[in-house]
Design a protein around this ligand. Structure first.
Ligand SMILES: CC(C)(COP(=O)(O)OP(=O)(O)OC[C@H]1O[C@@H](n2cnc3c(N)ncnc32)[C@H](O)[C@@H]1OP(=O)(O)O)[C@@H](O)C(=O)NCCC(=O)NCCS
Length: 184
């Protein structure tokens, strides 16, 4: 990919078409397979989680955000996705799940753009902290640390960490365009 600049836009699920939905379901499957490498003992739970996440793609208000490469007025394709749902006490915690960026586009800031877009929206809606469960050997732990998350504790699920970020003082990275499109 050299130094080609990528035009990536983060959009809510309701903006994607059927073909993109099919690709997103395949990404959720890939994410589940990848996570099994880090948490083989959670295989059955991950499969249940995968089925739930795929089902939620049928619901346009499911809290999914999609990173989409814009290649022209008629041409675009998804490169990654993340889901954010309100949970916790009083529904004021943003619970992240289903984060995935297709491997050949990793380490170009797409994961950060996705999660920060979802968090900015959650903060605007009055949520005050974000949480995520991550398998402790998954490099995604470093990704979440880079975004400001801290390990809160071992999760009830063996081999998983419970990571949190307070949204009270949190701001997205500078340089993130207002319309969340970005030349990465
Ligand atoms: C985790 C994931 C979404 C990161 O996406 P990404 O687009 O590559 O992330 P970014 O480029 O935005 O990374 C932002 C920062 O996070 C950190 N980071 C990202 N991936 C990392 C890795 N594999 N190892 C160490 N640090 C990493 C770096 O500090 C990076 O900044 P840098 O590239 O300037 O050093 C991607 O690796 C992925 O899809 N993994 C498989 C699915 C998964 O594990 N999901 C999480 C389940 S909880």
């Amino acid at each position: 990919m050299g130094c080609d600049r990528l035009q990536v836009k983060v959009v809510p699920l309701k903006s994607v078409d059927q073909e993109e939905l099919r690709i997103l379901a395949a990404y959720i499957h890939e994410a589940c397979l990848e996570e099994q490498k880090y948490a083989p003992e959670a295989k059955e739970l991950l499969k249940i989680g995968e089925a739930d996440l795929v089902r939620s793609l049928e619901w346009s208000e499911a809290g999914w955000w999609v990173a989409r490469q814009e290649r022209g007025p008629e041409e675009s394709r998804p490169l990654g996705l993340v889901r954010i749902a309100a949970g916790g006490e009083g529904g004021r915690t943003a619970v992240l799940s289903g984060l995935y960026v297709t491997p050949e586009y990793r380490r170009r800031g797409i994961g950060r753009l996705l999660v920060e877009t979802a968090l900015a929206e959650a903060k605007e809606e009055g949520l005050w902290q974000a949480t995520v469960l991550v398998a402790e050997t998954n490099p995604a732990v470093d990704f979440y640390r880079a975004l400001g998350f801290n390990v809160r504790r071992q999760a009830a699920m063996i081999g998983y960490l419970f990571m949190t970020l307070s949204l009270k003082e949190w701001e997205p990275s500078p340089g993130r365009d207002k319309d969340v499109s970005s030349g990465l």
